[in-house]
Design a protein around this ligand. Sequence first.
Ligand SMILES: Cc1cc2nc3c(=O)[nH]c(=O)nc-3n(C[C@H](O)[C@H](O)[C@H](O)COP(=O)(O)OP(=O)(O)OC[C@H]3O[C@@H](n4cnc5c(N)ncnc54)[C@H](O)[C@@H]3O)c2cc1C
Length: 306
Amino acid sequence: MLRSVILAASRSGKVEKFVGSAPVSRDVVKRFVAGTGTPDALRVTRELADQGLRSTLDFLGEDTLTPEQASATRDEYLTLLAALAEAGLTGAAEVSVKLSALGQAFDEDLAEANARAICAAAAEAGTTVTLDMEDHTTTDSTLSVLNRLRKDYPGTGAVLQSYLRRTEQDCRELATAGSRVRLCKGAYSEPEHVAYQSALDVDKSYVRCMNVLMAGQGYPMLATHDPRLIAIGEDRARWFDRGPGEFEFQLLYGVRPEEQRRLVREGYQVRVYVPYGTEWYGYLMRRLAERPANMMFFARALASKK
Ligand SMILES: Cc1cc2nc3c(=O)[nH]c(=O)nc-3n(C[C@H](O)[C@H](O)[C@H](O)COP(=O)(O)OP(=O)(O)OC[C@H]3O[C@@H](n4cnc5c(N)ncnc54)[C@H](O)[C@@H]3O)c2cc1C
């Protein structure tokens, strides 16, 4: 219930204005977002790399409405990739891209062309791109763009969401050699006919999907903070004899940092999803929706009028 209210607020311009102008927002945002520009992204990548953690960098922004905005987002990624290469950090970092930020909502071909330019720059810099997954109305479009990009850039990563009923089948189709697949639970508010509604069903689906990916030929990227699912991931790695370099765990910047370091100490490959930029509102609201305690933390901070 609280989750749906917060996710509805993530689409409200009025709430965005209120939250965006509250001074305390900056403190809360800092916990989940690296900063506003490329230098912040580089600084955090370096800090994480010093702790043995890899990164996937996300320039914040979604639901782009004009070709100009879409080109500006593409150019931000090109600048970031050049800066990563210059700083010698492409071994430690890749990029995550939302097709909606590249124009998917009004022109799929344009979004694909922008994504292709980012993939080309990533390949030249010696790293990869993962296409984030958004709400279920975009899944088919995103997977078909992915398939076309993979013909030229086979390392391009996909994201599948275990809350969607279709995902186990999508996992089967994508568990092929060289295929990088991030498995997450899913962060949007989805209707019953396409998505499991109970946490238990979403978790059970996650385990079924994980089994398919870990048993398959591709490179699974297990994106979750859920202690039970992480433990099952560790178990499946042993069962399917996957060493470091044959799968990875992924967690969000600012979420369970101690666990991130524990996994590194255990010898696993771990990647942190690091968002940066000024368009943090939708991202922050999805993080608050995931955990009521985060919402309480935010509400208390707002109430204290700091
Ligand atoms: C690397 C990465 C990439 C992702 N990419 C996508 C994507 O492309 N598309 C998409 O729809 N979703 C994406 N997500 C979000 C994902 O779908 C979930 O919404 C999110 O990860 C929460 O689910 P969970 O698996 O951590 O389990 P949950 O059941 O939500 O959480 C399990 C436990 O983890 C901790 N926890 C979880 N979230 C938080 C939080 N925000 N703050 C503090 N503690 C928390 C809590 O202890 C909680 O009890 C991504 C997640 C990760 C980690």
